[in-house]
Design a binder for this molecule. Sequence first.
Ligand SMILES: *Cc1c(COP(=O)(O)O)cnc(C)c1O
Length: 418
Amino acid sequence: MTIAATRQPALRNAYDVEAVRRDFPILATKAHGKPLVFLDSGASAQKPRQVIETVREVYEKGYANIHRGVYQLSQVATERFEAVRGKVAKFLNAASAEEIVFTRNATEAINLVAQSYGRTFFKEGDEVVVSEMEHHANIVPWQMLETQIGIKVRVAPIDDAGELIVEKFEALLGPRTKLVAITHCSNVLGTVTPAAEIARLAHAKGIPVLFDGSQAVVHLAADVRAIDADFYVFTGHKLYGPSGTGVLYGKKALLAKMPPYQGGGDMIAHVSFAGTTFREPPHRFEAGTPAIAEVIGLGAAIDYVESVGRARIAEWEHELRDYATARLSEIPGLTIYGTSKSKAAIVSFALDCAHPHDIGTILDMEGVAIRAGHHCAEPLMDRLAVPATARASFAMYNTPAEADALVRALRKVREMFA
Ligand SMILES: *Cc1c(COP(=O)(O)O)cnc(C)c1O
């Protein structure tokens, strides 16, 4: 039975959402005395007990700095940290763990590519092609290269449904294009971009492609080899893992020709005042002490997601998306932004009677946490011709009853303002 068929808070046989919810302690808490309805996982997801306990267990029983210790505690911490590299490689279907670089977040991963790959291989007049629906993290690092070396950021447009206009994207690819940097899933519109096609078109002209997978890894089974990504980035805290963890995937041949992004400890082979040599990738790109317990916690998050099953999570979220979209559409004066056929469970909307910030504040009093604002995508707001939107983003632990709570609270907003 499906959610849409029953219009009830439903437990599907294949997906025990209540069991999932029991793993997330925060979901049992209240906001303003009401049961918490958390619909802002697109900004940062809540953490399952398995992640929380792993991080705590590392600090209580297995913590030491990694890579340099001669004693057992350090060696065990190093092994556990490095095991996550292999786990991430498998999660993304990368060819090897050496293609996985740990960063602080997706933002740092993109800055790494811009400052290492971009500053080495781009020159004045070269172009980077992004899309109109990028997060600031996939715009500003390239704009910095406009200032630093005189490249130009070109913008591929989207249509009114929020889909990349592939022909116009292709028309932007020329001899000056040195990189395509495009989201795999929009954090505002939910649009899942045709990544394999984007890469095929770019590769036909010899152009490498970076995908921002910050949302995609949460909602679909991203496979870097199936889409033939050259670079792929994501951020741990949206994948139910600790903050302070991020990933850059880079094809081995590309990482091998990139210079370090930051200098310091752990990334060097030998240091002397006569000259310093660097380690091989990925370590060359990991200067300084990383987020040790948190990266191990990211491994626990990946284990958790895989134990529930990525295909089953995606199926559940699609039902939530369809159910929430149908219920929201019944509210008079409500506009939904992003109607792509290929869409994750992220629903941006506006009401004709109230500003998104007022919506967010009133919903909060009802215990419903949503996002209101530009979602770090101001150019997209310009394209939509709105200052801001409200956004409900659904995760593996959300329920149709929570979509109902959102709709009830929005009807209250209408009563107050309309
Ligand atoms: C959240 C997000 C980012 C940035 O993630 P950080 O953890 O802040 O680095 C980049 N792109 C998209 C699409 C996002 O949703």
